[in-house]
Ligand binder design. Structure first.
Ligand code: ZN
Length: 512
């Protein structure tokens, strides 16, 4: 391994996904995992296999279907957890077992109710046991930043002795500050005699807004793996943001002299995908991937950027893959042109999916003169992450205005059958949702509704995301159209279909 390479360990699917409001279904997890592989992350932590049957299946399927990167599964430091992780990972090209136990006084006493010596023994035994399944074993000392320094060094030395190839020093509660954390890593690097036999990793949370700064300071002190998530999603205030870490290391190469394996031009697209599948949009002023991250409003700045971009731009929007919205295809473009364009965007679709995407592309091109890459990406991703369509929209008619009672008539198809109903509501969207509820017989409680324009201009594709609760089960639905009522209805039907799918899978024993 090269000393100036920083390994990127992505935990969007584990730490990110377990945060409230960020859950993904299995198709969405696989779509994200494939994009992470395209982005070039070194390790994908796909889940915590013993946590639930759904988590197990997600790790197993990611291990089976995603190539070119290490797939990791999390487990506590006991044999049952480790066996379960190994079972989920066994189909992987390269598998890593990631086992952890807390080492801070407060966690050992109140959570584990174990003596430090017993914790040390459990850590060593877990690493040894995990090595029976793979030679890539990572150990995490949970709550390391509140762990006694001498004890932490003993644990690190002992687990490396037992065969850990990566040792992670997490700031589990987001408590440390950069100087202190860098010092902690430096002490480990200097004091642990066998530290050269393993990679030291860090995993920082953003409770004080310092996750990225802490991670970078640790890298300066010798850590060579950073655990992070796309858009910084994760427990509480989130994890260190992958895109910020990567672009800081790249932009300040003069200072770090380090590299990562990330294809930075895939960053923006990955960010958009994660935001779409979780229904949580990125704040406009977010570094690297926010809508305004590369916008120059002030006239004096604009003038500077036009004469030489480097006057106000420390990195270019192209370097992180912000699309330039150029026209790519129009209504006369054929299937072959679309296939080529999709291939260049990294989509390798089978014939059936391509046909579906082509049909939707044609319908869009009829309504909208110019079809951009962003439009095509949305259509293709919607198709790839599609759950079986229990219901499909056949017909919708709404009336609305300032002096009429909003009314909707909706016709849905279920296989060969058609169902139609009408309802009133506060507006055309609510009226349509009421009509759909009457058809399905399962009333949904709308928890949130968001709409955004995918590209610029009046005829832009509108994308609606809804969060709906049916019978106690919360699902996220998405739909897009140049007509916002249609997009809203499609999003709601997508939520209904996801609910039907989830319920069916639960009956079969999986839970996501
Ligand atoms: Zn964490």
């Amino acid at each position: 391994m090269s000393d100036n390479r920083v390994y990127i360990f992505d935990t969007t699917l584990r730490d990110g996904e377990q945060a409230p409001g960020f859950s993904m279904n299995i198709e969405e997890k696989i779509a994200v995992a494939k994009q992470l592989a395209r982005l070039g992350v070194d390790v994908i932590e796909a889940g915590f296999p013993i946590a639930s049957p759904g988590d197990f299946e997600a790790v197993k399927r990611v291990a089976q279907e995603v190539r070119g990167t290490v797939i990791a599964g999390l487990c506590r430091a006991n044999e049952k957890d480790i066996e379960r992780a190994a079972e989920a990972l066994k189909y992987g090209e390269r598998a890593r077992i990631h086992t952890f136990i807390a080492t801070s006084e407060i966690h050992m006493r109140y959570k584990l109710q174990m003596d430090p010596e017993d914790v040390l023994q459990a850590a060593v035994a877990a690493v040894r046991f995990a090595r029976n399944f793979t030679d890539d074993v990572e150990f995490s000392a949970e709550d390391a930043t509140r762990t006694d320094m001498d004890f932490l060094c003993r644990v690190v030395e002992a687990v490396i002795g037992a065969g850990a190839t990566v040792v992670n020093i997490p700031d589990t509660v987001g408590y440390t500050i950069p100087e202190e954390f860098g010092e902690r890593i430096a002490i480990i690097m200097n004091r642990v005699p066998n530290v050269d036999k393993a990679i030291i990793s860090v995993h920082c949370h953003d409770d004080l807004g310092l996750a990225v700064a802490n991670s970078l300071t640790a890298v300066k002190a010798g850590a060579r793996q950073v655990e992070c998530t796309v858009n910084g999603i994760g427990e509480r205030a989130g994890n260190a943001s992958m895109e910020e870490i990567v672009m800081a290391i790249r932009t300040r190469n003069d200072l770090f002299g380090l590299t990562t394996g990330i294809q930075t031009q895939e960053i923006y697209r990955t960010s958009q995908l994660v935001s779409r599948v979780t229904g949580v949009y990125v704040q406009p002023n977010k570094a690297i991937v926010g809508k305004n991250a590369f916008a120059h409003e002030a006239g004096i700045h604009q003038h500077g950027v036009l004469s030489n971009p480097l006057t106000y731009e420390i990195m270019t929007p192209e370097s992180v893959g912000v699309p330039s919205s150029r026209l790519v295809l129009g209504k006369h473009s054929g299937r072959h042109a679309l296939k080529e364009r999709l291939a260049s965007l990294g989509f390798d679709l089978d014939d059936e999916t391509l046909n579906q995407v082509f049909g939707k592309f044609k319908a869009l091109a009829d309504k909208k003169k110019e079809v951009f890459d962003e439009d095509i990406i949305i259509i293709a991703e919607e198709e790839l992450m599609a759950v079986p369509r229990a219901f499909e929209l056949d017909y919708i008619h709404t009336t609305a205005g300032n002096k009429v009672l909003p009314t909707a008539t909706v016709r849905l198809k279920r296989g060969e059958e058609s169902f139609q109903d009408s309802a009133i509501g506060d507006g055309p969207v609510e009226a349509s949702y009421n009509a759909i509820d009457r058809i399905t017989g399962v009333p949904g409680k709308l928890l949130s509704y968001q709409i955004r324009a995918v590209t610029h201009g009046r005829e832009a594709l509108g994308e609606v995301t809804v969060k709906v609760k049916f019978n106690g089960i919360t699902v996220l639905g998405r739909g897009s159209s140049t007509d916002i009522i249609e997009a809203s209805v499609k999003a709601y039907i997508n939520a209904v279909n996801k609910y039907v799918y989830k319920k069916k899978r639960e009956e079969q024993g999986a839970d996501s």
